[in-house]
Unconditional design. Structure first.
Length: 237
């Protein structure tokens, strides 16, 4: 197991278990726009190459252990820290191991929920990144979670969100436990990312065996031109 995979998780994923989704070559890879806005660099000095490859109005999200300098030709729209947590000793909650698999038929509901709760970017083809599960109440998608980045030895749990009408019922704990158990049974380690100010979520994840690994920097870059409204992911960040 190479723990350093988590220092550059998008690159690690796009050059291993998500290689079938990767666009690009050399030191730059990225997901198709409909799947995810995430791009990845083998090393930070490849950022100008990404800038050259981006079309007018196009955006790209990059994770990095350090803050990146904005290259010529790009604007930095958003920059914030995020905490990476990993569960080398995953301790799932004693909850019902039941959830509905989410499919292409559920994508519109999933986009509606993620647009409302803003757990991170989610688009029409994000579901291709891994397995997603949900809980339905009153005929509505009450909560969801799924798999996002997939380095060789780790799987990220992402898009953990609960509609305000159904919060306080343990849905996030249940879904995270179900996914975490599946990841562990697959021989991999679950990890996730959380904003430093989201103390309630951090406490939940710690109760399930997640511990802080490191702080990463999230950057949203944009090549000038075009219309921001054309980017389906911008409002979810």
């Amino acid at each position: 197991m190479k723990i350093t995979e988590l220092d550059n998780p998008a690159w690690s994923a796009l050059t291993s278990r998500h290689a079938h989704l990767a666009i690009g070559d050399g030191p730059v890879r990225r997901y198709p726009a409909e799947v995810s806005p995430f791009a990845a660099l083998e090393t930070p000095d490849a950022l100008p190459i990404l800038a050259e490859r981006m079309a007018e109005g196009e955006t790209a999200v990059l994770w990095s252990p350090e803050e990146l300098e904005t290259p010529d030709g790009l604007d930095l729209l958003v920059h914030f820290p995020i905490l990476q947590m990993a569960a080398f000793d995953f301790r799932p909650a004693n909850v019902a191991d039941e959830a509905e698999p989410l499919t292409l038929a559920n994508v519109d509901e999933m986009i509606s929920l993620t647009t409302l709760m803003k757990p991170g970017p989610f688009g029409q083809r994000t579901i291709e990144m891994g397995s997603y599960i949900g809980i339905f109440e009153e005929g509505r998608l009450a909560a969801m979670a799924g798999e996002r980045m997939k380095p060789a030895d780790f799987t990220e749990i992402s898009a953990i969100c609960v509609h305000p009408d159904f919060q306080g019922r343990g849905h996030a704990r249940r879904l995270t436990s179900i996914l975490g158990k599946r990841i562990v049974s697959d021989g991999r380690v679950p990890f996730l990312n959380v904003l430093p100010e989201n103390t309630a979520a951090i406490e939940l994840y710690e109760s399930l065996g997640f511990t802080l690994r490191r702080r990463l920097h999230v950057h949203l870059f944009r090549r000038p031109g075009g219309d921001m409204a054309d980017d389906p992911f911008f409002s979810s960040l």
